[in-house]
Design a binder for this molecule. Structure first.
Ligand SMILES: [Fe+2]
Ligand SMILES: [Fe+2]
Length: 145
C-alpha cells in the first residue's frame, strides 16, 4: 500500500497499513487515493478550478463519513471496548475537516497548502488506530470481504 502515496507531505509514509479486514482495507485504499488526489489539487490550487476543487473536497468528505459510519457499525456489532475513544477520534478529525471546508466555501482563512499535511497526519494516525480495531474484529470472527 505504501507505493500508492504520492508522498507530497514531508516525511510521510505508511507501512503495513492493512488492518486484516478486507472490507476496511479496501475502504482505506480508496481513502488514500482520494487524499492523494485532493492533496495534489491543493498544491496545484492555482491551476484547479473552484468547482473541481469543491467537488473533490466534498467527495473526500462524504467518503470519510461513509467509512467512519461503517467502522462505527462494525465496532458496535462486535462490542469493541475502545468504541467511544475511537469514535471520538473520528469525530474530532471530521469536525476539523468540516471547519476547513467551510473556510474554503466562505473564502475565509483557507490555506490549501496546509491541507495535505493535515490529511496525511490524520490518515497515518487513523490507520494506526484502526490496527487495534482490526485485531478485535478478526478475533470476533468478522472477515467479510
Ligand atoms: Fe479506518
Ligand atoms: Fe477508524
Amino acid at each position: 500500500m505504501e507505493k500508492k502515496f504520492i508522498n507530497l507531505s514531508k516525511n510521510f509514509s505508511v507501512k503495513n497499513s492493512s488492518v486484516g479486514v478486507p472490507e476496511i482495507d479496501a475502504q482505506h485504499e480508496h481513502l488514500i487515493n482520494l487524499i492523494n488526489k485532493l492533496s495534489k489539487m491543493c498544491l496545484e490550487r492555482d491551476e484547479v478550478s473552484d468547482i473541481a476543487f469543491a467537488m473533490m473536497i466534498k467527495q473526500t468528505l462524504y467518503f470519510i463519513q461513509f467509512h467512519m459510519n461503517c467502522e462505527k457499525e462494525l465496532m458496535e456489532e462486535t462490542a469493541y471496548p475502545e468504541l467511544e475513544v475511537h469514535n471520538q477520534f473520528h469525530h474530532v478529525f471530521f469536525m476539523n475537516f468540516l471547519k476547513q471546508i467551510r473556510a474554503f466555501e466562505s473564502r475565509d482563512c483557507f490555506a490549501p497548502e496546509k491541507l495535505p499535511d493535515f490529511l496525511y497526519e490524520w490518515l497515518n494516525s487513523h490507520l494506526i488506530m484502526d490496527t487495534d480495531m482490526g485485531l478485535h474484529l478478526r478475533k470476533s470472527g468478522y472477515l467479510v470481504a
